[in-house]
Design a protein around this ligand. Sequence first.
Ligand SMILES: *Cc1c(COP(=O)(O)O)cnc(C)c1O
Length: 329
Amino acid sequence: MTDNLPKASLGYFPTPLIELTRLSAKLGGPKIYMKRDDNTGLALGGNKTRKLEYIMGDALAKGADTVITAGAIQSNHCRQTAGAAASLGLECHLVLGGKEPTRPQGNLLLDKVYGCHIHWAGKNRKGEDIPALVEQLKAEGKKPYVIPYGGSNELGAVAFVEAYEELDSQRRDMNVSFTHIIFASSSGATHAGLMLGNRILETNCQLVGINIDKGEMDKVPFDQHIVNLANSTARLIEADYQFTANDLILNSNYVGDGYGVIGELEKEAIAMTAQNEGILLDPVYTGRAMGGLIDMVRTGQITSEDTVLFWHTGGAPALFAYAEDLDIR
Ligand SMILES: *Cc1c(COP(=O)(O)O)cnc(C)c1O
């Protein structure tokens, strides 16, 4: 289904599927497994590596010599794009929200190590300034290719259809099946791809996307954006499925004070996962999603009869930039 799409090899797959017995015992709850997409191998790893294999494949097929993308100052997507571009010999431009800090830290530090061109965009952290930059680079004789915010288009989602197939083959080998898959959902392609994979393989698993950002995508409410993306991705790979809003679970109970604002939920989840399993979560995405999982166990929405998969989507390099917010001193 996805075989005819150009693809650049950027990561190491399959990523491990492991069981978290100590965290499970600590919560007195369900069996918990983790899909380690924090170990994709590129630029310290994360879910964007999968998306970028298809997106960079497309950029190369179209003859691009330069890529542009946008994100927040601590964007994991931008860091992995920077690593991917470097490994493929492409020039990389990042349009980042906010203003230049006095000392680069976390993901921004790595963007700089990769030698990217960074453009500071103030409040415009979702790529509003990209069209002007495209014109400027074209005038300089370059062939720019724009990668969408979060790598969330149909190609990014296709990578997560494939990721779902990868997971399904691993869980069959381990003879386990999941009642729930829990993950951080923020620009939509992870969610859309997993939804489509779940439907194609008829696994009937409850996919719970934990909403990370209050916002919308391209002026469309985020839940509708995910459904639209799942449908357009199905068309791209000629899979005959149509989703509606009823097919989607987007849990917005844990957004708290918004994107990148760290609360007790994230702090507890990060400490509990690190101290019981030795696994590092990140403050913005996986900390919030694991906080959601823990709360769902405590409130009985997930019981000890269940077997839950937590999809670790990466992000730990941002920890270094959030020392103060995490009260770590
Ligand atoms: C981008 C990102 C997500 C969200 O994935 P989307 O496909 O954008 O919804 C989750 N976790 C981490 C660490 C990320 O960097």
